[in-house]
Design a protein around this ligand. Sequence first.
Ligand code: AMP
Ligand code: TRP
Length: 331
Amino acid sequence: MRIFSGVQPTGNIHIGNYLGALRQFVELQDEAVPGGRAEPFYCVVDLHAITVPKDPAQLRENNLDVAALYLAVGIDPKKSTVFIQSDVPGHAELAWVLMCNTYTGELSRMTQFKEKSRGNESAPAGLFTYPVLMASDILLYDSDVVPVGHDQKQHIELCRDVAIRVNNRFGDVFVVPEGRFLKEGARVMSLDNPLAKMSKSAENQLSRISLLDDEAKIRKAIMKSTTDSEGSIRYDLENKPGVTNLINIYSALSGLSVEAVERKYEGVGYGAFKNDLAEVAIDALTPIKKRFDEIRPSEELKAVLRDGAERANEIAARTMARVKGYFGLGK
Ligand code: AMP
Ligand code: TRP
């Protein structure tokens, strides 16, 4: 069973990304499947990142940061292939072939494009064809399963539709992948506004806990987080979204169930609860940060990405040869 997923190389990878995606990537690499173990490909999708202008030096740093974070959270390069998208030319090459088999009407209906372009005539064409590049990422590796957040559901459907369309024309060109939607309980909300998702791009640094934040920043963000005036630690998404979010984070990072957290903090005030949560977060993130600091400047990281790109290129070249054969491209 081949697994593919990607994360964009932007800074500020936060505990939402960790609990909602990265930590589940780690679990998947040990998943037993008939005939052995899952075979995951975890990619840093820098070609997707340049759909909006990026500072070149910063982008290269971010690529390495995300790759190092993959390893720091526990992705094991012996079990998973970790690589940078632009190191494998097949992604862009296959994307072109897929674009010729995707309808402009389909792309016009993508909600992410509509939100990001807002009808702006100067929106880059790459923002419009972003989902086709994503389909290319997936189909290039004959991926069976694609773990992603719910926000990517429409893109996965498009990928399947295009794969099926090409297969209907030629036969078995592509493996039609399945989305594996990551656990909803893993949705982490913003600390300053618990009605919005925690995000990499929010202006307020205190709205998130980034994986590489220092202890003081983690404490400050948690102590200042929005709660309510009731004063009890109770799970109630509708009436107490702030406290509920903090309970969720506590539970996800400590391994205690939500009920156990509620019981433990019965009659305790918000200040003491937040203090403890800060300690839980620091305990969970310190080993990740420590490992990141070791890996990030290391030769090991470069070697992992070199080997990853080599392995990815091997498979990509095979798929491209097959695709070109069907379409009558090349010699
Ligand atoms: P992004 O930050 O949009 O590049 O997302 C990278 C991955 O992290 C995707 O799989 C998202 O679904 C997941 N993710 C992003 N933000 C959150 C959040 N606040 N809570 C849970 N998962 C998230
Ligand atoms: N679009 C995805 C996101 O924003 C990232 C991504 C790019 C991806 N290519 C992918 C995810 C292929 C899964 C498979 O989160």
